[in-house]
Write a protein that binds this ligand. Structure first.
Ligand SMILES: [Zn+2]
Length: 142
């Protein structure tokens, strides 16, 4: 059994907000980057220059790959940090969405971030499943 991943949880930078601890926590869960007025949004996300970026307009996909400035410094730094600390890449995600489409990306994310023990969604920010505490295997499907 796997937990579905929803398109509205995919941020402009390619981050899957559904695997963020800010969304998965029990207390005041964040609704994701596209809900810009969400008071439960972590501070770093509320002030994020990507989520608030004016280069992304509604005539485009809403994702950074449509931006002439891609990848901007903020996106490169974010990607670097996540690759190093969490084994995940926003730029890889964006390339995947652009080349293979959102449906395939959601499928891949669902596969990648489902706990192999209990099937609940695991957080990119935690080494263990929040539900059953099983170890999160990071390089799966990467
Ligand atoms: Zn689990």
């Amino acid at each position: 059994m796997k937990t579905p991943v929803f398109q509205h949880m995919i941020a402009p930078c390619g981050m899957n907000c559904g695997i963020c601890i800010g969304h998965l926590r029990d207390k005041n869960p964040c609704g994701g980057c596209f809900r810009s007025d969400d008071p439960n949004k972590p501070k770093a996300c509320r002030s994020c220059s990507i989520a608030n970026c004016t280069h992304i307009d509604s005539s485009m996909s809403g994702f950074c790959y449509d931006c002439e400035k891609m990848p901007c410094t903020r996106l490169r730094k974010l990607d670097e940090r996540y690759r190093k600390n969490y084994g995940m890449s926003m730029l890889d995600n964006l390339a995947f969405i652009q080349n293979k489409g959102m449906a395939k990306f959601l499928e891949k994310e669902e596969e990648r971030w489902s706990c192999q023990q209990c099937g609940s969604v695991v957080s990119v920010h935690r080494g263990n499943c929040l539900n059953c505490n099983a170890e999160v295997i990071r390089d799966r499907g990467a």
